[in-house]
Design a protein around this ligand. Structure first.
Ligand SMILES: *[C@@H]1O[C@H](CO)[C@@H](O)[C@H](O)[C@H]1NC(C)=O
Ligand SMILES: *[C@@H]1O[C@H](CO)[C@@H](O)[C@H](O)[C@H]1NC(C)=O
Ligand SMILES: *[C@@H]1O[C@H](CO)[C@@H](O)[C@H](O)[C@H]1NC(C)=O
Ligand SMILES: *[C@@H]1O[C@H](CO)[C@@H](O)[C@H](O)[C@H]1NC(C)=O
Ligand SMILES: *[C@@H]1O[C@H](CO)[C@@H](O)[C@H](O)[C@H]1NC(C)=O
Length: 802
């Protein structure tokens, strides 16, 4: 007796452990659940976000799914620049639908969910599959994967339960797979267009006027939305350092987005945005972000009309035209103009200056979404919880994944559902010969709409739980072939059997004769039961000790009928999710759904691979027209002007063989520059390490160095310009010292290393001597380097210290 008590206590303890891990929110402190699919390590850090020292942690997907197999992309596509996140994936060769489950969410909250898919010929079939992705039971997108480029898709939706599921659906065009999956909780006031009956599917999100920032994402965007630069040769770009557009609670736009804009080159030319829709019934939501970034003299006017397919849009919503001058730019809230468009298959939004406008139209950013009706109704949540407890308790191996009943074409095998008040309920469950062992758990009694239950041909034992009396609609119960189960019906079902509303099939016809015969076997069963439990307990302890992260789905079989319902069944964080849109149309359009996600060498910061691109010597020769235009020579080597394929002017800094700057400094500069990202630091566009050739490719700074500018005999700088240059250089340095992690000390700040853009914006250059300073480590090199008299104040400070 006492040993049984101890055992019971031990079990309660174990159950308690399992519950506590199951109930804790899966959201990390930043509000994310990031999953690296197919990862065998517990987690991986993604540094692709940038330079602030903040990074996202991606967990292995093991605790989020129990189907599929781990795979790796083919070596051939494992380029050095590809982020490690995309090396692994999970593939789903079996089952038509396989689902990931995010648990412990908050019902009624908004979530942004993003899936990324990089095929990389992982299965050596050289055939990127096409398949569907669902959010719960509602169609979300059709994934058209590509061998070398990641496909990504995003949806913003309300959680209508405390869990959400993402399901991959095989549509007969290849095996579904997934590389990463992310969920981010959004503020309740964000995306007011989203409610429990409408969700938004991403089509495009562009930041304009930002060709030096090809991708803005986390940490600049706290929700890791990806803002791609919109490349247009015909638009003029401009940017400002000042804070424009106060923070907007509706879209929580990163400030960088406000600070750049594109405009047409004259008031005559309209600024247009076009895309092709999939069908006239598709409804789009277009958000235009417009905020003035230039200092406009009062004699000038920027005023324009906004039309969509010739219909006046802004003017019909608000009295137009759209006049930016009326707003004070320091207090102007971000203006996101929402437009819902439908009824066409091709759309053109046009921003056209009015006759009185002296300035061309301006646009900062665009977000384009498809609006989806959330039409699917998920299975009754009580049924969902119960069937999942049954599934995990008996380890039912029938490929059950996703919502049990909905959509009907994915109803789980071995069960049937019926709509009650429009809500699907499980009415028939046939687990005949499904390998069930152990006692019959009372959870079956929670499938309260059950009409037929077939448990024949298994190895169930013990009594029939009284909880089964809850099954008032039950007309058929079959437990034949379970040699060690009691055939004594609980009182309620017994009554139903007597009045002929229940057909009960069991091995031995007369339950009253059974009681006597089974006396000895019951004792035997109890002994076997205790032994089995003991073994299970040991096994569970082992499993728990061996695992760093206990599996939320571990379920302890109930010891016996008398211990009441297992605590797990009360606290089970549901396995099955719900969500939006069942209209199966697909997004094939303006969607810039492909992106190259890459990481640079060394420092681990990720950028799109067109930034920090690697050049060959012959590339450089072509770009610089055989090194024709030398614009300067430093200790490092010569600098040449060049032009990239897209027309961008660049400065190519070639390392001369006699350079005092060694390979180490060169690599330091590349590493430091890939890490930093600030308006007042010169932007590195690429580099070359081709045999002997070492070169850095920078953005071209038209006005040269500050030193030359100061000594120049031309028009002297005004005091205001000088002040601005000082201020901007200070901002660049402040960024290096405060925002970078670890902080960088430049060690050679001098007028020769401050470059000026065409509009005299100052940017700090030449990071070859800079040092990462880790305040936790005790040593900073005290050697005086760089140009005497030009040392960073910080460095001097530390020189005194050591
Ligand atoms: C993959 O993307 C590349 C580059 O955009 C494209 O040329 C190629 O056709 C795509 N392949 C497939 C199978 O879609
Ligand atoms: C969601 O928003 C749409 C459009 O504003 C509205 O018609 C609908 O009633 C809303 N649904 C809910 C459940 O609030
Ligand atoms: C959503 O459903 C309503 C009512 O059935 C319909 O009028 C509307 O056009 C649908 N919207 C979309 C985006 O499908
Ligand atoms: C359950 O399935 C088995 C075989 O899969 C079948 O023989 C049996 O008739 C089914 N039971 C019911 C009640 O339909
Ligand atoms: C079964 O139903 C009872 C009573 O309604 C409830 O307390 C229990 O949590 C349910 N169990 C499951 C697994 O849903």
């Amino acid at each position: 007796m006492s040993s049984r008590k101890m055992l019971h206590g031990c079990l309660v303890l174990l159950v308690g452990l399992v519950i506590s891990t199951g109930v804790d929110s899966q959201l990390d402190p930043l509000g994310f659940i990031n999953i690296d699919c197919g990862l065998s390590n517990p987690s991986i850090i993604d540094n692709s976000g940038g330079d602030s020292g903040e990074s996202l942690q991606f967990l292995s997907d093991e605790q989020f799914i129990d189907t599929g197999v781990n795979k790796q992309i083919s070596n051939q596509y494992d380029q050095p620049k590809l982020s490690d996140l995309y090396l692994t994936l999970r593939s789903f060769p079996s089952g038509s639908r396989n689902c990931y489950t995010f648990r412990s969410l908050t019902e009624g909250f908004k979530y942004l969910v993003k899936g990324v898919f990089l095929y990389g010929n992982y299965d050596n079939l050289n055939s990127p599959p096409i398949f569907d992705i669902y959010l719960g039971i509602n169609y979300w997108d059709t994934v058209k994967s590509n061998t070398t480029i990641s496909y990504y898709t995003e949806i913003i939706a309300i959680a209508t339960t405390d869990y959400m599921q993402v399901c991959l659906v095989n549509t007969g065009q290849g095996t579904p797979f997934i590389s990463t999956l992310q969920l981010k909780q959004l503020g309740t006031s964000m995306y007011p267009n989203v409610n429990s009956s409408l969700s938004l599917v991403h089509v495009a999100r562009y930041n304009l006027g930002a060709s030096s920032y090809p991708l803005i994402r986390f940490p600049d965007d706290r929700h890791d939305r990806w803002w791609l630069n919109y490349n247009s040769r015909t638009l003029t770009e401009d940017s400002t350092n000042s804070a424009v557009g106060s923070s907007d609670t509706e879209f929580d736009t990163p400030p960088y987005i406000f600070q750049t804009a594109a405009m047409t080159s004259s008031t005559k030319e309209p600024l247009t945005i076009s895309w092709t829709g999939n069908s006239p019934s598709t409804l789009y939501l277009i958000l235009l972000h417009i905020v003035e970034i230039q200092n406009i003299p009062s004699t000038d006017l920027r005023e324009f009309d906004i039309t969509c397919n010739q219909d006046t849009w802004y003017t019909s919503v608000n009295p137009g035209p759209f006049n930016l001058q009326i707003d004070d730019k320091t207090t102007l809230p971000a203006k996101w103009l929402p437009l819902a468009a439908t009824g066409d298959t091709s759309y053109t939004i046009s921003l056209q200056a009015t006759a009185s406008s002296t300035l061309p139209p301006l646009l900062n950013a665009i977000q384009l979404y498809e609006i989806r009706n959330v039409t699917g109704v998920p299975t009754d949540s009580g049924d969902v919880t119960a069937i999942n407890v049954i599934k995990s308790n008996y380890k039912v191996n029938k490929g059950w994944s996703g919502d049990p009943c909905a959509p009907t074409k994915f109803t789980w095998t071995s069960l049937q559902c019926t709509l009650y008040s429009n809500i699907p309920r499980i009415t028939h469950l046939n687990l005949s010969s499904a390998g069930l062992t152990g006692s019959l758990i009372s959870t079956f009694g929670n499938l309260t709409a059950l009409v037929s239950l077939d448990l024949s041909g298994n190895d169930l034992s013990g009594a029939l739980p009284t909880y089964l009396d809850q099954l008032v609609a039950l007309t058929y119960l079959d437990i034949t072939g379970n040699k060690r189960i009691s055939t004594m019906l609980p009182p309620g079902l017994q009554k139903k059997q007597q009045d002929g509303t229940l057909t009960f099939k069991s091995e031995l016809g007369d339950p009253t004769q059974q009681t006597k015969k089974r006396k000895i076997p019951v004792v035997l069963i109890a002994v076997i039961g205790v032994v089995v439990l003991l073994l299970l307990t040991v096994a569970i302890i082992l499993v728990l000790c061996l695992r760093k992260q206990p599996d939320n789905q571990i379920n302890i079989p109930k010891p016996n009928e008398n211990t009441g319902s297992s605590p797990l069944t009360n606290n089970y964080a549901g396995n099955y999710a719900y969500s939006p849109a069942a209209n199966i149309s697909h997004v094939e359009n303006a969607g810039q759904n492909y992106a190259n996600i890459s990481k640079p060498n060394g420092s681990g910061e990720g950028i799109l691979n067109f930034e920090n691109r690697q050049f060959t010597y012959s590339d450089l020769e072509r770009i610089t027209n055989s090194f024709q235009n030398n614009i300067g020579t430093g200790g490092y080597g010569s600098v040449y002007v060049g032009v990239l394929e897209n027309g961008t002017q660049v400065a190519v800094k070639m390392r001369s063989h006699s350079s005092s700057q060694g390979v180490k400094e060169f690599l330091a500069e590349v590493q430091n520059l890939t890490r930093v990202h600030h308006k007042n630091l010169v932007t590195l566009l690429g580099y070359s390490m081709d045999g002997d050739c070492m070169a850095l490719v920078y953005e071209y700074m038209q006005e040269g160095t500050l030193q030359d500018k100061l000594r120049d005999n031309g028009k002297p700088l005004t005091w205001k310009e000088r002040l601005q240059i000082v201020y901007e250089s200070a901002q660049g340095l402040e960024y290096l010292h405060k925002a970078c992690s670890p902080p960088l000390i430049h060690r050679d700040v001098k007028t020769n290393n401050i470059l000026l853009s065409a509009n005299l914006e100052a940017k700090i250059d030449d990071f070859g001597l800079s040092r990462a300073f880790n305040s936790a480590s005790s040593h900073v090199s005290t050697a005086v380097v760089g140009t005497p008299g030009y040392l960073d104040p910080e460095l001097r400070h530390f020189s005194y210290l050591f």
